[in-house]
Structure formats: C-alpha cells, structure tokens
Write a protein that binds this ligand. Structure first.
Ligand code: UDP
Length: 237
C-alpha cells in the first residue's frame, strides 16, 4: 500500500532518543527510529524531521537552577544539533541520504537553514533534519516543527510521543482518561491539553496544518499511519 501523503514532517522529542533515566543518546533507539523512517521513505514519501533536545538540555529547567533563560535556551538549541547528528548517522547507516540544516550557523557541522534548499533536498528524496530549533530563545521545537512544516509545504505533522494520542487527562494518573480520535486546534488550546505548546498549535491552526499525535515506540505504527490507518489523535481545524 502506498503513502497517503506526499511530504511529511516528523517531530521527535529528544526523549525519543534518550537512554536510561530519559537522558543522553541511546544508539539502539536512534537505530530503531531510523528503521521505522526507512520503511516509510521506501513508500515514496518525502520526509523532514525536527528533533528536540530535552534528553540533553531543556532551557526552562536550566533557567530554574540559575542560568539566564536565553542562555539556557541557546544551550538547548545546541542540544538539538547533537541529536540531529545522531539521527543523521543512524539514518545514513540504513542507506538513507540526509541533510542536517541548522537554524544556528554552525557551518563546519551542518548546512544553514535555507528554505528553498531544504525543499530541493526533499524533492530529491533526501531526509532533511531541521536542527537548532527556530534559532530563537523562548521557543520550542514543537513550534519549530509547525514553522518548518508550513514553510516547506508538508501535508501533515506527525508528532511522535510515548503515548498513543491525546487524552482527556493524563492516562498514567487517571484510569478514566479517554483518547480523542480527533480534536480541533481550538479545543486543544482551550483545554490546555499538554500535546504541544499553544504557539505551535496556533501556527498550525492559522495555516491549516494538521497534526497527528501517535506512539512512535510501537513498531510499525509510523508505517500504518502513513498508509492511512486510523492511529493516534488527529488535531485539525
Ligand atoms: N529551544 C529554543 N528555541 C527553539 C527550540 C528550542 O530555545 O526554537 C531550546 C529550549 O531551551 C528547549 C530546548 O531547546 O527547552 C530543547 O527543545 P525542546 O524542549 O523543544 O525539546 P523536546 O521537548 O522536544 O525534547
């Protein structure tokens, strides 16, 4: 079965790469993610990735222990570049062609983000990994995912998480929590559901960019999603 989408953006949190204690980079995780990514790439879909940095540094946490927030955020952005390189390595070991484009100039390590160039890479079936967040403090990589998906014309954002969608409450804390199969941007903002931050959600809402929240750790889920199976939670207008 073929892909339902032509071009997708997958948002991976830093946690998706984390080892013990949700910290650092576990190469096994990177390799299994790369395997899932390859499976969907083989279906012909163009793939952009945005990776977070929370497994190494999260700006808000460092700010709490006394580092200036903007500085802490820049440190967080650097963490996303490290994750991007780990993912690039894992993807290339599976035979995929990739490019890392960073929002922060770091020329000896990665290309700088140039929209038209990113689009060209995608057209050539290279996987483009957007690193360095938006390049601005006080933003998140969820917002980066929304921005880049809109900029390069993706059909959908696939937000990879540890849970299989958006719930009415935290399913770990509340037995009665129900999973939404679909929810509007407005409702998820109003209910303050912790799916994505409100900046990311409003950017998607204004630009009609659907998001599907799904469990990346269940093997085959990504492929099932791409081929049109009803998985996770769809957030749309
Ligand atoms: N960050 C930032 N601007 C951005 C994107 C990220 O300042 O545009 C910083 C921020 O400190 C954030 C950290 O990078 O905490 C890591 O990103 P994020 O928390 O979004 O990663 P995730 O939760 O997806 O692992």
């Amino acid at each position: 079965m073929g892909s339902k989408y032509k071009r997708i953006l997958i948002k991976l949190s830093g946690e998706a790469l984390a080892g013990e204690g949700e910290f650092g980079i576990d190469t096994n995780k990177a390799h299994s993610l790369a395997e899932e990514i390859k499976e969907v790439h083989d279906l012909g879909v163009e793939i952009a990735l945005v990776v977070g940095g929370g497994n190494i540094i999260r700006g808000t946490n460092l700010a709490k222990v006394g580092i200036d927030r903007a500085t802490a955020d820049y440190m967080g952005m650097l963490a996303t570049i490290q994750n991007a390189l780990a993912l690039q390595d894992a993807c290339e070991k599976k035979g995929l062609y990739t490019r890392v484009q960073s929002a922060i100039e770091i020329n000896s390590i990665a290309e700088s983000y140039i929209r038209r160039r990113a689009v060209r890479h995608l057209e050539k079936r290279r996987i483009v990994i957007f690193a360095g967040g938006t390049g601005n403090p006080y933003f998140t990589t969820d917002t980066t995912a929304s921005l880049r998906a809109v900029e390069v014309g993706c059909d959908v954002i696939l937000k990879a998480t540890k849970v299989d969608g958006v719930y009415t409450a935290d399913p770990k804390k509340d037995n009665g929590a129900q999973r939404y199969s679909q929810i509007s941007f407005m409702e998820s903002i109003n209910r303050r559901l912790k799916v994505m931050d409100s900046t990311a959600l409003s950017l998607c809402m204004e630009n009609n960019m659907p998001i599907i929240v799904f469990d990346i750790f269940k093997q085959g889920n990504l492929k099932d999603l791409i081929t049109g199976k009803n998985i996770g939670t769809l957030i749309s207008n």
